[in-house]
Write a protein that binds this ligand. Sequence first.
Ligand code: PAF
Length: 290
Amino acid sequence: MEILRTIEELRAWRRLHWSDTIGFVPTMGFLHEGHLTLMRKASELSDHVVVSVYVNPTQFGPNEDLDSYPRDMEGDIAKCESVGVSAIFLPSNAMMYGDDFATTVEVDGGMGDNLCGASREGHFNGVTLIVSKLFNLVQPDVAVFGQKDYQQLAIIRRMVKELNFPIDVVGVPTVRERDGLAKSSRNRYLEGEHRTNATVLYRALKASNEAWAAGERDAGALLGVAQGVLDSVDGIAVDYLSLVDPEKLNLLEGTVEEARGCVMALAVHVGKARLIDNMRLDGPLPELSV
Ligand code: PAF
C-alpha cells in the first residue's frame, strides 16, 4: 500500500494509474468495521481503492471539539492494508486549506437545514467543500459512503449530479449489531444500561417500518409509532425524529406519496453518546449481523 502524504505524491500515483478504475473512500480516520465494509465495496467496484484519512476542520462547529476527535494513524494504516487498499492519502490542514482559503461549496434547497444540520450549522458546507476537493484530487470513478450518514449521502449525491462530477456515488447499507444497533465509533461510549437503551433507535425505526408494511401512510402516525417506542425508554434524550423525502430531505406531513417513499431519521443522546440512525420505511428491514 502506498502512503501518500502530499498532493504531489497523490497526483503522481494517480498518473501512474491513469488507465485503471479508482474506488474512493473518504474518511476522518479512527477506522472501524463500517469503514472496512465501504472499502470492500469500493474494491468490488474498481481496480484500486484509495482511502483518505483527514479530520476536516471546516465541518466542525465552534462548540464541537475538533482537537478531541479520536485519531489512530498507525491503526488506520494497518486496517487499510488488511483489506487490500492500494493507496492511503494523509493530507495536512496546511495542504488542504492554506492561510487564506475563501472558496465555499454549498448544496442549498434546505437540504442541510434539518435533521443533523439543525444542530450543526454549516456542517454540511464543510463536508461538501472537502469532498469536492478530494474528488478533484483523487479523481475516482466510484466513491463509496455509508447510508448511516443518510443526510450526508443525499447532499453529496445532489452535489455530484448538479456539478457534473464524473463519479458514481454508491451508498452502502448500515452495518448493524445482532440487536440492530448501528455500528459506530461512538458505541465505545456505551456501557451497561446505556448499551441496552441504545437499541431503542433501531426498535423505533423497525416499528415504523412494520407500520408502513401494514399499510400506514400518514406521516404523523408513522412518527407516532416510533415516538411511542422512544417514550418507553427512560434516560434517553431525543435530539430529532423526522420523516423526510428520500432525495430532497424535506420534512413530510400528511399522506406520504407511495411512489417517492420516505426515510425516517433520528438522533438520540444515550449516556455520553449521540447516536444517529435512519431507515427507508418503504423497504425491507435490514439484515442483522449473526
Ligand atoms: O463521513 C465522514 O467521515 C466525513 O464527513 C467525510 C465524508 C470523510 C468528509 O470529511
